[in-house]
Design a binder for this molecule. Structure first.
Ligand SMILES: Cc1cc2nc3c(=O)[nH]c(=O)nc-3n(C[C@H](O)[C@H](O)[C@H](O)COP(=O)(O)O)c2cc1C
Length: 373
């Protein structure tokens, strides 16, 4: 059981924070509530600079190729991520990539260049995909769930091999490389031998893949017990392979001065949900974990209200006063969460509020906890 054991050394590492880059239109909730969030480049540059000055170490761009479920427009993830890297000084930007749509050598090359230019701040989030229409409209085959993960795992192995070896020679079921030597390689240090590899997905396939090959496992929003189960599963696999995996948890942040105000905002988001879009999304994501034998994975038991936030972000419960949110974050940290991936209603205002009101409390609680044990 990983959830009840207090690992002092791990706990001594400060919680990390990432935010979802709003590079698709419509904001982070599928709702007609006013969202003072914009998907433009100029807005995102302002946001990225604000975020790196308010405690955010990472930003995660989304990959979406076609209009869907409230997201009518989308900026491409790798080019947008590079642009944000160039506009910031410390922020690490994670670009979401679909293995089915990239050749690993080409992606590895793109990211190596981004890493060189940004002084070692590039990262990737490998997503196996849930959106069948996107693949069929691009004329690519839509593999079944287990095959998508087999391909994603091969992709991650190959990208890492290309970043670290001088003669990558690989003959896989999905990709091939012959004596491929990337020059220049991405930046490398003992702490970060190559750009970090995150992955999205919570099914049994996803957990196994994370344990075997990923540096980070991103989870959809979940309860403390729900995330503990995932951490346990991934860690069990990682241990067998002599590896360590870190955990990022999605949460939609609604921090207000009173709990009643925060709850009112949540109620309004759900009341004003774009019903048609949410239901369409709910039907499409049945291609994810629900399509597998054990039906485990993202969205497997999501209700209508959960789906109003694409990634079950309300379930994490980061909704309330700064004290309530900070306390909740520490509870998750004790379960093994290393990073929170946050989404917001009004990005500029809420990111600043987070940095001013919540982050100092998190740091105080972390210090107090270390003193206590
Ligand atoms: C943090 C996170 C970010 C994701 N970002 C994207 C994305 O940008 N584009 C996309 O098509 N899928 C994205 N996904 C979804 C994955 O592609 C995958 O379909 C989903 O995680 C379902 O996997 P599962 O069946 O293993 O639970 C993301 C998932 C997570 C957890």
């Amino acid at each position: 059981m990983t959830d009840q054991i207090f690992d002092r050394e791990a706990f001594a590492q400060p919680l990390k924070f990432a935010y979802w880059v709003p590079n698709v239109s419509g904001g982070l909730v599928v709702s007609k509530i006013e969202q003072r969030t914009d998907w433009s480049y100029d807005y995102n540059v302002q946001l990225a600079r604000l975020a790196e000055n308010n405690g955010f170490e990472y930003a995660l761009s989304q990959v979406r190729y076609i209009a869907s479920y409230g997201a009518a427009y989308q900026h491409e993830s790798t080019s947008f991520s590079l642009a944000l890297l160039l506009a910031t000084e410390r922020l690490k930007v994670i670009a979401a990539v679909h293995p089915g749509l990239w050749q690993p050598g080409v992606l590895a090359k793109f990211i190596a260049t981004a890493d060189q230019i940004s002084g070692g701040r590039a990262a990737i989030n490998v997503v196996s995909g849930w959106f069948k229409d996107e693949f069929t409209k691009l004329g690519e085959p839509w593999l079944e769930h287990g095959e998508r993960y087999r391909r994603a795992e091969e992709f991650i192995r190959y990208v890492r091999e290309i970043w670290t070896s001088e003669h990558a020679e690989l003959n896989g079921d999905f990709y091939r490389l012959h004596d491929f030597d990337l020059k220049p390689k991405p930046l490398s240090s003992p702490e970060r031998p190559h750009p970090e590899i995150f992955q999205g997905g919570n099914s049994t396939d996803a957990r196994g893949m994370a344990g075997r090959v990923s540096d980070w496992y991103f989870a959809n929003g979940n309860t403390p017990d729900g995330i503990s189960e995932q951490i346990r599963d991934v860690t069990d696999v990682a241990t067998v392979h002599g590896r360590t995996v870190k955990f990022g948890l999605n949460g939609f942040f609604i921090g207000r001065d009173t709990e009643a105000e925060a709850r009112d905002v949540l109620r309004e988001i759900v009341d004003k949900a774009d019903r048609e879009a949410v239901e369409g999304f709910g039907a499409a994501v049945k291609q994810a974990g629900q399509s597998t034998g054990d039906k485990k994975g993202m969205w497997q038991d999501s209700e209508f209200a959960d789906l109003v936030q694409y990634n079950d972000g309300f379930r994490t419960g980061l909704i309330g006063t700064p004290e309530q949110i900070a306390t909740r974050m520490i509870e998750y940290k004790k379960r093994g969460v290393n990073l929170f991936l946050l989404g917001f209603l009004h990005y500029l205002e809420d990111v600043e509020y987070f940095g001013r009101e919540v982050l100092p409390l998190v740091r105080e609680l972390e210090a107090a906890e270390l003193e206590r044990v």
